[in-house]
Design a binder for this molecule. Structure first.
Ligand code: SF4
Length: 277
């Protein structure tokens, strides 16, 4: 099989593979079709593991990413549709109670059509449907009835996160390059050790990043100017597809620690890169 050519002029688009619409930046070779097909079969089966092998240069990284993300997007579409149907059913039931003069639980009668909008399946993957963002869309927190429905529905199976592990940190950058080519823009995070993420020059030059960082940020430590006790998600700069260096650069501008930022991002990410070494 010829190696994947980065300057391949063939058309981009979406391809039906294993019953799924898979975005791929060029016409896949036969072996890439087979690779993605096997991958999707294994994901659909859910009871078996897959051990797939392909030679260097065959485009297996891109194939792995595209097949896994296509499958995940579909799971989100299915789940969003199920949640929307459940909410509509609940509202119809409340309307019937209202019609026959029974009391409608507070809040449920105010759920409007536009509030039933969940993740847009065609758009970027945006995280768990019960994330704080989507709860805002649903108007859930202040509505007792809707909250109970949400809590009931949250027992439903979650859309699985994808973990992509490489042997080294530098290989993560190569994989992220492929992700940038893929056309997919999942919510993502790269987990790596502090020595790869730290942007405090004094700490980095000490050569003992973990120890020095722990000393600074402990309760009675001097503190690190990039670290804050309020490093919650809403404070982490929004970065689309990124590698370690991209996040470091963004966090340097935002004066925020990229190591703790990446940990926050990973809590809501659909795709997590990490080294296994
Ligand atoms: S908080 Fe972040 S930037 Fe500060 S020392 Fe620790 S790892 Fe480095």
């Amino acid at each position: 099989m010829p190696p994947a050519d980065m300057s391949d002029p063939r058309p981009t688009g979406s391809f039906k593979i294993g019953g799924f619409d898979v975005k791929f930046p060029n016409q896949p070779y036969g072996v890439q079709f087979m690779f993605m097909n096997k991958m999707i079969q294994a994901l659909q089966d859910r009871k078996s593991n897959a051990l797939l092998e392909a030679p260097t240069g065959s485009g297996k990284t891109l194939s792995l990413l595209c097949a896994a993300l296509a499958w995940q997007v579909k799971q989100k579409e299915v789940r969003s549709a199920a949640l929307k149907a459940a909410l509509l059913d609940e509202r119809a039931a409340m309307n019937r109670l209202d019609e026959i003069g029974l009391v409608v639980p507070e809040g449920l009668d105010t759920v409007e059509d536009e509030e039933l909008f969940l993740d847009d399946p065609a758009g970027p993957i945006t995280g768990h449907p019960f994330s704080s963002t989507n709860q805002k869309v649903l108007g859930a927190p202040k509505q007792q009835g809707t909250s109970s429905l949400l809590s009931k529905l949250s027992d439903e199976p979650q859309v699985p996160k994808i973990f992509f592990a490489t042997r080294t940190h530098s290989q993560i950058s190569q994989v992220v390059k492929e992700l940038k080519r893929s056309g997919y823009k999942p919510s993502m995070a790269v987990l790596a050790a502090r020595q790869h993420y730290c942007i405090n020059k004094a700490v980095v030059s000490s050569g003992k990043v973990d120890e020095e960082c722990d000393l600074l940020i402990k309760k009675d430590g001097f503190g690190c100017r990039f670290h804050s006790k309020d490093m919650r998600m809403r404070n982490v700069p929004q970065v689309e597809v990124h590698d370690i260096e991209d996040l470091k650069s963004t966090c340097r501008s935002a004066k925020m620690c990229p190591y703790f930022g990446a940990r926050e991002l990973s809590a809501r990410a659909d795709l997590i890169f990490c080294p296994y070494g």
